[in-house]
Design a protein around this ligand. Structure first.
Ligand SMILES: [Zn+2]
Length: 352
């Protein structure tokens, strides 16, 4: 190989596009047995039953098996390198939210998880960005924890699509979102506690049907409840490309027009006006759907997301996006610019 070629390769490497995966989950390898510690409840604990694997147990019930890539940061960095992706935005696994628990117990659990992520981002600042958890069932405790988690280096929080079946526009949650806006913390809304779950146990329907519906429920609640109007600087991202919200926006808008007496009671602004105001990730598994999402949202409000390390995720970390016929600018938006804006961070944080 002559010298010129070496330089070319070096330059290519240098200009390789920065990629930030905005939606991944992580859990500490070791956690207290919360149910024993608190003396009640089906909290999650880990049974490391064989090397490299653990069973997540909910009380005595098996919930799911996870692999070492759910907790080992170096292993994750290596797996991501195979897909040329340097940065992962990490948050807990939604089953850890524990909004049903006593508020102070949920606070200690959240703080344990937040401290774990805080240490991780400190150790690997070029590879990890952290989102925390807060006890949404107690506004005051949640607000205090927001202030604390910002100090330990987290850039935002992940919240459920409903909180013990209450929608996110309920008054009691407003101070939490208001504090996120004030502190400049990003918000990821992730579907959990899926509606109808108990009535549709077969065929994985809570995940395939419930989750997209939950995300639309959260978006509609925040729009119709006027939360985006009251907090115009709040930066919110919705998982799984916004679930069923974008594919059903025509119906939602028509409902708003034909029955304002039911829909427009707290906010008189057309729901379509909010397209491109919030962010969504790219987890669609479908090129045509991603093209549609890009059209509705604009590429600066769509970002690479994978839901790694879980099987329903895009475990090739956006390879299908690479293969789509998109402009370099669109790819730069999806692969890092949108996420940087959502997180209020700079590209320089991640390049040497
Ligand atoms: Zn997820």
């Amino acid at each position: 190989m002559n010298r010129l070629q070496i330089t070319d390769i070096a330059e290519l490497d240098h200009f390789k596009m920065l990629k930030i995966d905005s939606h991944t989950h992580i859990i500490p390898k070791k956690m207290p047995n919360w149910s024993e510690k608190f003396g009640y409840g089906d909290f999650i604990y880990l049974q490391h039953h064989k090397k490299g694997f653990a069973k997540m147990m909910r009380g005595n019930q098996f919930f799911r098996e996870i692999h070492e890539n759910a907790w080992n940061p170096e292993l994750r960095i290596n797996e991501y390198a195979k897909f040329d992706t340097q940065v992962q935005v990490v948050c807990t696994i939604p089953v850890m939210f524990s909004y049903w628990a006593k508020p102070l117990d949920c606070l200690s659990l959240s703080q344990f998880l937040n401290d774990h992520i805080g240490k991780l981002v400190k150790k690997f600042p070029k590879n990890y960005i952290g989102l925390g958890s807060v006890p949404m069932q107690d506004t005051e405790l949640a607000v205090k924890e927001l202030e604390r988690l910002k100090k330990i280096g987290l850039k935002g929080i992940q919240v459920g699509s409903n909180i013990n079946d209450e929608n996110l526009n309920e008054e009691r949650f407003f101070p939490i979102f208001q504090t996120c806006e004030k502190l400049g913390l990003a918000v990821l809304v992730h579907p959990w506690n899926m509606m109808g779950e108990k009535k549709m146990q077969r065929y994985w329907l809570p995940w395939l049907v419930g989750m997209p519906a939950e995300t639309s429920r959260a978006i509609c609640s925040l729009i119709f409840g006027g939360i985006f109007e009251k907090l115009p600087k709040l930066r919110v991202m919705f998982a799984h490309a916004g679930g069923s919200f974008l594919p059903t926006i025509g119906r939602i808008k028509h409902g708003f027009d034909c029955r304002p007496d039911l829909v427009a009671i707290d906010n008189a602004i057309d729901p379509r006006k909010y397209l491109g105001k919030f962010w969504v990730d790219s987890v669609t598994h479908d090129e045509l759907m991603l093209e549609y999402v890009l059209k509705l949202q604009g590429s600066n409000r769509v970002m690479l997301g994978s839901d790694y390390p879980f099987p329903l995720g895009d475990l090739e970390i956006g390879r299908f996006i690479e293969e789509m016929d998109l402009t370099e600018k669109t790819k730069a938006d999806i692969f890092h610019l949108s996420a940087l804006e959502w997180l209020n961070m700079n590209k320089e944080n991640f390049i040497d």
